[in-house]
Design a protein around this ligand. Structure first.
Ligand code: IMP
Ligand code: MG
Length: 183
């Protein structure tokens, strides 16, 4: 593939497209083993999850359904405000369902802490968290993912669904932006 203008904004690649693909296949098999006899509902957290969701459900061939929820806590900043709001709610009754929540990255934990409580209040039987990336150093809320693709350092990353000001989501790899991009 030709180098894009976006590549020039990347300081270094953290995980290549091939590496991400291989790890998603592994996660898909593990989730398959745990859920093969159940009928889980995958719930993707928009927008960051969209590529990961598309890949993980194909790496995990179980009879299941798919839903999305959209939240905002960031605005255009690089840090979560801690004030999580649902901007698009589930379109499905989740009473008694085993949820597999699919998130791009677990950072402060504000989003998934809020969502886990929200799903339990709505009657979910169980909530399993799958996140492609985890920044454990940044945690502010007591929340742990059940499945983690990669632990990443305390740096802001973009690509494979992750954005900076809504851009870079379509990079096939994940990388760190050059500092001048934030200026
Ligand atoms: P938390 O609520 O702080 O755990 O943040 C979760 C959300 O923040 C993720 O779903 C991402 O949308 C966003 N986020 C956190 N860290 C990054 C990053 O390094 N790059 C892009 N988005 C991020
Ligand atoms: Mg997100």
């Amino acid at each position: 593939m030709a180098n894009s203008m976006m590549d020039q904004d990347i300081l270094r690649v953290l995980h290549s497209e091939e590496e991400i693909h291989a790890r998603v296949q592994e996660l898909g098999s593990q989730i398959y083993e745990e859920f093969k006899d159940r009928n889980p509902l995958f719930v993707g957290v928009l927008k960051g999850c969209f590529l990961f969701m598309a890949d993980i459900i194909r790496a995990c061939q179980i009879k299941s359904e798919i839903e999305f929820i959209a939240v905002s806590s960031y605005g255009n900043a690089r840090e979560s405000s801690g004030n999580v709001q649902i901007t698009r709610d589930l379109g499905h009754d989740i009473t008694g369902r085993d949820l597999i929540v699919v998130e791009d990255i677990l950072d402060s934990g504000n989003t998934l802490y809020f969502l886990t409580q929200y799903f339990m209040t709505k009657g979910a039987a169980s909530v399993t968290i799958v996140t492609l990336f985890d920044k454990p150093e940044r945690r502010e809320k007591p929340i742990k993912a059940d499945y983690v693709g990669f632990q990443v350092p305390n740096e802001f990353i973009v690509g494979y669904g992750l954005d900076y000001r809504q851009q870079y989501r379509n990079l096939p790899y994940v990388g760190v932006l050059k500092p001048e991009i934030y200026e």
